[in-house]
Design a protein around this ligand. Sequence first.
Ligand code: ATP
Length: 244
Amino acid sequence: METLSPASIQVQTVSKQFGEKVVLKDITLSVPRASIFGLLGPSGSGKTTLVRMIAGIDAPSSGDVHVLGQKMPQLAMLSQIGYMAQSDALYAELTAQENLAFFAALYGLKGAKCKQRIQEVMALVDLSAHLKKQVSNYSGGMKRRLSLAIALLHEPSILILDEPTVGIDPVLRKSIWQELTNLSQQGTTILLTTHVMDEADKCHQLGMIRDGVLTAVGTPGELKQATSTSTIEEAFLVYGGAGA
Ligand SMILES: Nc1ncnc2c1ncn2[C@@H]1O[C@H](COP(=O)(O)OP(=O)(O)OP(=O)(O)O)[C@@H](O)[C@H]1O
């Protein structure tokens, strides 16, 4: 079924450099509609740089990124994309509700629909009881959860999540993964980065990045088979920890 779906995200020979420093080299990958694609790689390998370009926050030095057939970056695509950055972009002096209302306004969500979505996403991240609390009083994990709620607010067809479950406890992590799985079954395409191996195992496809190079792409099963390993952690070590 997945193989017949057209790609929602298409990255074609993308390279990125900052000054003299080459951070990504000739990355080509595609993410089919309604699938969950996980990017795995050691710290500093270029995952955030890549997802920022897919989200349209930064532009490649060379190569192209297309999302839903549209060349990125493109302002008009923002309404179709939910992006959760690694560092939380929240207004600490405002309450969670005010933060959500601010982003809802950016996305053109209004009235009863807006109110309903705010309730839904806050329930999803188990923050309903803290809607009126000022964000400066939130813990780190609560801020991550609020950031995820904001990314989901406008029901985007593309979700781009940079380490979405860092600082989130195992019970809530499980329910968030259940929701991500539900969303993908309903047609949402999800691209995320993770360092958590049991999360990687839940992705439909994984891309391994090392030193700005995509060293392997495949299902968790394919990557384990290709490396003759029985866990993603071992496969990750083969792709990320050895060889050139
Ligand atoms: N604006 C920038 N200017 C210069 N160098 C940058 C910039 N942004 C990122 N880099 C460099 O690019 C490299 C890749 O960084 P990136 O944040 O993409 O890695 P990552 O795989 O997401 O790491 P982590 O898992 O720790 O989040 C790093 O060496 C980083 O220092």
